[in-house]
Design a protein around this ligand. Structure first.
Ligand SMILES: Cc1cc2nc3c(=O)[nH]c(=O)nc-3n(C[C@H](O)[C@H](O)[C@H](O)COP(=O)(O)O)c2cc1C
Length: 140
């Protein structure tokens, strides 16, 4: 399993680390990778992809690294299981809904609804991230 993320101020990165903690608590392994260090070849053999990006632009994916990477998944992600997560600030979560619909239209199966946390995960939100990791681990 690979957890591939982009994070400007560390909130989505913290989510990624907590998700990893949840996966590892189930005795499973996952690799934590920044999207800038990943190419399509790295994901071709993965059955499960865990992707993280905060709400950016105006309810959009981050445009310089995440958007092109996600676009590259089109026609390369059929039959894979995908879990999406990301932090947000002030919007309505539209970026995540659109991202989910896009992944489904690419032929991926969502393991669950995308996990969204406002700003930095603390308290209950930390538990949500860990539990998301546990859910992903159990779906393997
Ligand atoms: C340029 C920019 C655009 C943003 N656009 C949105 C947005 O459209 N909707 C929203 O809810 N939050 C938006 N945010 C807030 C971030 O999603 C939020 O601060 C998030 O916690 C950042 O995550 P990160 O620390 O992983 O970078 C934006 C932040 C920045 C800097």
């Amino acid at each position: 399993m690979k957890i591939i993320y982009w994070s400007q101020s560390g909130n989505t990165e913290k989510m990624a680390r907590l998700i990893l903690e949840g996966i590892e608590s189930e005795g499973k392994k996952a690799e934590l990778l920044e999207v800038s260090s990943v190419s399509l070849d790295d994901v071709k053999n993965e059955g499960i992809l865990i992707l993280g990006c905060p709400a950016s632009g105006a309810e959009e994916l981050e445009e310089s690294e995440v958007e092109p990477f996600v676009k590259s998944l089109e026609r390369n992600i059929q039959g894979k299981k995908v879990a999406l997560f990301g932090s947000w600030g002030w919007g309505n979560g539209e970026w995540m809904t659109e991202w989910e619909n896009r992944m489904k239209s690419y032929g991926a199966t969502l393991i669950s609804e995308g996990l969204t946390v406002q700003e930095c995960p603390e308290g209950e939100d930390e538990d949500k991230c860990i539990n998301f990791g546990i859910l992903i681990a159990k779906s393997e």
